[in-house]
Design a protein around this ligand. Structure first.
Ligand SMILES: [Zn+2]
Length: 121
């Protein structure tokens, strides 16, 4: 997903999407950040139309956040969020969806080895 964050002001937007499946299961997902609220609203429209095809619903709203920019210490090690981003998903997940497997060309059938494996670099 291409992202174009508003680097000048730091204002970002996200879509908060409340899903209901045709069987009544409900869950919430967040998509973004986006530089413009229209991009987040477009995701609400997309999911409403997509869920309607299977008899479910998707409704939601757009949130805005103001980010605070600070100079990064170039000697700082990657933070916990960076390490977490490289953790494997559940064992057997499609490796293409796993941030730790992505780009590592795992052996066929391309399944994630699971969170107990060392993160790939
Ligand atoms: Zn993995």
């Amino acid at each position: 997903m291409a992202r174009n964050i508003n680097a000048r002001t730091g204002d970002v937007h996200r879509a908060v999407i409340n899903f209901t499946s045709s069987t009544g299961q409900t869950w919430t997902e967040y998509e973004g950040p986006y530089a413009k609220p229209g991009a987040a609203r477009a995701r609400l429209t997309f999911w409403a139309n997509h869920m309607a095809k299977s008899g479910g619903t998707a409704t939601g709203y757009v949130e805005q956040a103001e980010t605070t920019w600070r100079r990064l210490d170039p000697s700082a090690a990657p933070g916990p969020s960076a390490a977490k981003a490289r953790q494997h998903l559940a064992k057997g997940t499609n490796a293409e969806d796993c941030p730790a497997c992505r780009g590592t060309n795992p052996p066929y059938p391309f399944l994630c080895p699971g969170p107990n494996e060392e993160p790939s670099r």
